[in-house]
Design a protein around this ligand. Structure first.
Ligand code: ATP
Length: 294
């Protein structure tokens, strides 16, 4: 079952581009990455899903229901963590969270306590006295306290230290095992890589690619590093698919995309001391899409 369905979603702000003709679906149980640089249109898409802004044309549906027509009903089943969190500073953390919980017709007390313990959040503190990272933790607990079916995260890790990021990711993986679908929007590619099964790449408001994480990695470049016994002739790797060829300090490196046998035949002609083949990280993949689509 599709949990999120975007159909030709377009949003303009006055004449300015927000997102253009965006279509994709997120299936139940997925951890879906939504990546693109600042200004690509991620927040615009999320705000439309939450019914906070109206699409100019096209539609966004969640749980099979239109996000504008059924906004309040849909929102009860969504946990949303915005990129920036703002609170009434005078409140204590527990009062704010109890207030948030009162919107759901569920007893969330046990969950609030468990989540706060997990994230090492002091419920008795005044929001005013919290650091940025601790405010972020309030947002996390607030987003998860009602055990939502869909979790929408907009740049969720900013302000969290590495240990807390790790905890948070573990928490998300548990929520996913419990059955929650997750949309994870980010420009930090390593975290998307770590967590997501599938990704949509967005650039200047348009969908650039929609792929399984595994395919995204397979269909792209591999980085080769060789340590030859002597100098390699400059033309030795002049075959299609080889780019960024470099020879320095006794090491040859290049990116390769193509039939793996072609390249191993070339490599086999060399006398090697050592060799490494590395998976490209998402950063390199991302650059590839951007350069290609530029
Ligand atoms: N309220 C608004 N009024 C006018 N233009 C807007 C508004 N909100 C967003 N935009 C524009 O829409 C485009 C997409 O912005 P959006 O915030 O959705 O991108 P993003 O991918 O979430 O980036 P970021 O990570 O920086 O938030 C940008 O060009 C932005 O300037």
């Amino acid at each position: 079952m599709a949990v999120i369905e975007l159909n030709g979603l377009t949003k303009t702000y006055g004449g300015a581009r927000g997102v253009t003709d965006l279509s994709f679906t997120v299936e139940e149980g997925e951890i879906f990455g939504f990546i693109g640089p600042n200004g690509a249109g991620k927040s615009t898409t999320i705000r439309t899903m939450l019914g906070l802004i109206y699409p100019t044309s096209g539609s966004a549906r969640i749980f099979g229901k239109d996000c504008i027509e059924h906004g309040p009903e849909i929102k009860k089943e969504i946990g949303y963590l915005p990129s920036e969190v703002f609170y009434y500073d005078n409140m204590r953390v527990k009062d704010l969270l109890n207030y948030s919980a009162s919107f759901y017709k569920k007893d969330c007390a046990g969950r609030i306590k468990a989540l706060a313990e997990r994230m090492e959040l002091d419920l008795t503190k005044k929001i005013d006295d919290l650091s940025l990272g601790n405010k972020k933790k309030v947002g996390i607990v607030q987003g998860l306290l009602h055990s939502p079916k869909l979790i929408i995260l907009d740049e969720p890790t900013s302000g969290l230290d590495p240990l807390m990021q790790q905890r948070f990711f573990e928490l998300l993986e548990e929520e996913n095992k419990r059955g929650a679908t997750i949309l994870f929007s980010s420009h930090i590619l390593s975290e998307v890589q770590r967590l997501c099964n599938r990704v949509a790449i967005i650039k200047e408001g348009r969908l650039m690619a929609l792929e399984k994480m595994s395919e995204l990695k397979e269909n792209t470049y591999k980085r080769f590093k060789l340590q030859p016994a002597g100098q390699v002739a400059p033309g030795a790797f002049a075959i299609p698919g080889v780019t960024e060829w470099k020879q320095e300090d006794g090491e040859v490196s290049f990116l390769y995309k193509g039939n793996i046998n072609e390249i191993t035949r070339r490599i086999a002609e060399l006398d090697l001391r050592n060799m490494w083949v590395e998976e490209p990280d998402l950063e390199e993949i991302f650059m590839h899409y951007y350069v290609k689509g530029a």
